[in-house]
Design a protein. Structure first.
Length: 78
């Protein structure tokens, strides 16, 4: 598992779409992250480390956050 660092790139994936984010704050010894979308005044999302080793947005059972890579992709099929 990649150790989170402030300023590190992150990709929030939901379905086949991907959104570029940046880690802006690390809480609870790395178990909780605040990530901000890479656009002006980007949305801040709280992601928590789950039992399966994946970071997921707080309160969501779908989607996951990958650390160390910044990608944006919008599936044209939807």
């Amino acid at each position: 598992m990649t150790k989170p660092e402030i300023g590190m790139g992150a990709t929030y994936s939901i379905g086949s779409d991907r959104y570029a984010y940046t880690v802006v704050e690390i809480l609870r010894k790395g178990r909780t992250l605040l990530i901000q979308r890479d656009v002006p005044n980007g949305q801040v999302v709280t992601a928590t480390l789950r039992g399966d080793g994946q970071y997921r947005p707080r309160g969501s059972k779908c989607g996951h956050v990958a650390l160390g890579v910044r990608r944006t992709y919008m599936d044209p099929g939807f």
